[in-house]
Design a protein around this ligand. Structure first.
Ligand SMILES: [Zn+2]
Length: 104
């Protein structure tokens, strides 16, 4: 959970730096996206059992936010190994975990 939040933060920061030329702070749209992503994470029904959001069976993002976060993941995903080797690796491993089913 904590790690997922840190990963999303790191990913959005890289994406924003490359696409919007931001330095320390995220641009408005990216900080909005980060806020939104962290909020979704907090409300995620899987909590500690969850896999990465990319494989999450619950599509908890609004369509436009979902599109944005997918753009970020698609762009940063392959580059995570370079910037955050450990974090990128953990994220990849998490991705192999099967999503848990929600009990009805
Ligand atoms: Zn940005």
């Amino acid at each position: 959970m904590q790690r997922e939040a840190a990963t999303i933060k790191a990913m959005i920061r890289i994406y924003c730096r490359h696409h919007h030329g931001s330095k320390q702070n995220l641009c408005d749209s990216c900080s909005e996206l980060l806020d939104y992503a962290l909020k979704r994470l907090k409300n995620c029904p899987f909590q500690e059992k969850k896999t990465t959001c990319g494989k999450c069976p619950v599509h908890c993002y609004k369509p436009d936010m979902r599109k944005k976060i997918r753009d970020v993941m698609r762009y940063v995903g392959p580059r995570m190994i370079l910037y955050h080797p450990v974090m990128g690796l953990m994220h990849t491993i998490d991705g192999f975990r099967k999503p848990a089913k929600i009990k009805k």
